[in-house]
Design a protein around this ligand. Structure first.
Ligand SMILES: NC(=O)c1ccc[n+]([C@@H]2O[C@H](COP(=O)([O-])OP(=O)(O)OC[C@H]3O[C@@H](n4cnc5c(N)ncnc54)[C@H](OP(=O)(O)O)[C@@H]3O)[C@@H](O)[C@H]2O)c1
Length: 301
């Protein structure tokens, strides 16, 4: 089947990597995001503005484009903002999913939702797709509510959920940074970094994530997939690993406890995924962390 993909949140990190992947592979797509196209690498004829919280706009754009699949990356991704603005978080992370899913069903179009390790409480770690959810933050609650819209709908199974963890990489005019970008900007200058040593995560190279999302659509897969990098370690150890790889001093990288941060939203202490299902069913093969650091350095220079 010839695919035509709609990307939501295409100005974001994952959205930009999907644009790059589709351009490289000659995949037909329309990139959408709230406001104007900020991705210098996305041709203007491929971009349509779309605020996913506007039900009428969602209907109009999707009915016009008639995609075979929607990859829904747009979200309120700031965990502390979700905690303090629960209504806004529900509108973007839950209601918009309802709008997109309802229209997708009418068009017999596959719907892919991006979700998160934050649906888990972080007590167990190395989570598989079958592990029970128990979010400790409102961001996690909102993403779980969105997942339930699809899981509980007995009228169609034409959906997939991609859960991921701490995504890193760079792009054009991104509205937020990420751990690895921050470390790569700070460590060469010998800048101070206070990093939690009681939160354990896998990191996910944004290009790998885009590949995983696309493989699900390409292979006609459905259901839940965990897509992340392979290794899980404390966030502090990740930063030390970056310093070690580039031979940068890490004397100004200080371990701190999550409690000291006083953040509005609670974080799950230990996540990390089993990615076996993605490896077996999709042939998903994430790059080694050190290789992605070299690629990122090249992109940044
Ligand atoms: N990044 C991570 O570490 C991580 C971890 C787990 C799960 N996830 C999930 O993965 C997905 C992609 O993450 P990401 O890192 O690519 O996020 P991101 O960089 O924050 O991108 C999200 C994009 O959505 C756009 N957006 C915001 N409100 C919108 C609206 N009403 N309508 C349309 N677009 C809107 C944002 O626009 P502006 O740029 O203009 O604000 C942004 O470009 C998200 O669903 C996130 O929850 C991410």
């Amino acid at each position: 089947m010839k695919q035509k993909i709609v990307i939501t949140g295409a100005n974001g990190l994952l959205g930009q990597k999907l644009v790059k992947l589709f351009l490289q592979n000659g995949v037909d797509f329309i990139a959408t995001s709230k406001g104007a196209n900020r991705n210098e690498n996305c041709p203007s004829e491929r971009f349509v503005p779309l605020d996913v919280t506007n039900e009428q706009e969602v209907n109009e754009v999707l009915m016009e484009v008639r995609p075979t699949a929607i990859i829904h990356t747009a979200a309120m991704t700031n965990v502390d903002q979700c905690e303090s603005d629960r209504d806004g978080c529900d509108r973007l992370n839950v209601d918009a999913v309802e709008f997109l899913w309802n229209t997708a069903k009418k068009m017999n179009c596959h719907f892919q939702l991006l979700s998160t390790d934050f649906i888990f409480d972080g007590e167990k770690g190395n989570y598989s797709e079958e592990d029970p959810a128990n979010p400790v933050s409102y961001y996690g609650v909102s993403k779980l509510k969105a997942e339930q819209i699809l899981i509980d709908d007995s009228s169609s199974d034409n959906w997939s959920i991609v859960r991921t963890i701490l995504v890193y990489g760079t792009g054009s005019n991104l509205s937020r940074s990420n751990l690895v970008l921050w470390a790569m900007a700070t460590l060469p200058q010998g800048g101070e970094m206070n990093i939690v040593n009681d939160q354990f995560r896998a990191l996910t190279w944004a290009d790998d994530l885009a590949q995983g999302c696309w493989l699900i659509v390409l292979k006609g897969q459905k259901g839940i997939f965990h897509i992340s990098g392979k290794d899980t370690m404390s966030v502090f150890d990740w930063v030390k690993r970056i310093a070690r790889h580039f031979d940068w001093a890490d004397t100004n990288v200080h371990p701190i406890s999550s409690l000291g941060l006083n953040q509005p939203a609670k974080r799950p202490p230990k996540t990390g995924f089993s990615i076996q299902k993605a490896q077996n069913l999709l042939g998903y093969t994430p790059e080694s962390f050190e290789k992605t650091l070299d690629l990122l350095k090249e992109e940044l220079s």
